[in-house]
Design a protein around this ligand. Structure first.
Ligand code: DGI
Ligand code: FE
Ligand code: FE
Length: 193
């Protein structure tokens, strides 16, 4: 499938406001990729498909996770996390995306992971700061995104973790590990610089 065919089909899958979010993530991911040296075409494709499974019924998502072998420890955590790996699976199966780097950026866009690639970071951060986003602290993350991809993403994870704590929700441990890993990278950079 070519770019426009994928775009139209993704759009038809979701309510118009989620498409507006997706379009915002695409635009922001391209800009961040150009700014920080990731592949803009891959960033756009990953952004286009990142929430493709967001509106699937939870039971359908559970089934895909189990059948695809992508479940890992996710079934024990918030179903809001599931659409990311389900999206990667669907991007490959239904949209013919073969690029492993693009599929990874989709797979890890919600939780993050240890050893996030530049592309993973760009898509994950774009998801936090696309123009339609409005949550406490988003402008500070947008400002930081002009200076440091990693520092901005740490702020993004901080806001999610703080929100989960404020609401008495469990935290998926990989999100904490992803945040710690980014801080480790920043500390190492500071030592070398
Ligand atoms: O799909 P989006 O709404 O665009 O954004 P997303 O893919 O970042 O989904 C985030 C949702 O997942 C958000 O409502 C918070 C929820 N969530 C629940 N537990 C965790 C979590 N997100 C992260 N990163 N880590 C968690 O432990
Ligand atoms: Fe998402
Ligand atoms: Fe999103």
């Amino acid at each position: 499938m070519d770019r426009n065919a994928i775009m139209e089909r993704v759009r038809a899958q979701m309510p118009e406001r989620r498409w507006a979010h997706t379009a915002g993530v695409m635009e922001t991911a391209v800009r961040l990729a150009e700014r920080y040296g990731a592949d803009p075409a891959k960033a756009e494709l990953a952004a286009m498909l990142h929430d493709v499974a967001k509106y699937w019924a939870i039971e359908a998502q559970r089934r895909v996770l189990i059948e695809s072998g992508e479940a890992g420890d996710l079934l024990g955590y918030d179903p809001a996390l599931w659409h990311a790996p389900v999206g990667a699976y669907v991007a490959k199966r239904d949209y013919g995306v073969e690029d492993a780097a693009v599929l990874d950026a989709i797979r890890w866009h919600t939780s993050g992971r240890v050893g996030m690639t530049k592309l993973d970071k760009v898509v994950c951060l774009a998801d936090y700061i696309e123009p339609g986003r409005d949550f406490p602290g988003v402008d500070r993350i947008r400002e930081e995104a002009e200076r440091s991809l990693e520092r901005a993403l740490v702020l993004g994870f901080d806001s999610t973790i703080a929100y989960l704590i404020a609401n008495g929700r469990p935290i998926y441990p990989l999100t904490v590990m992803a945040r710690n890993d980014l801080i480790r990278q920043l500390d190492k950079e500071a030592d070398n610089g």
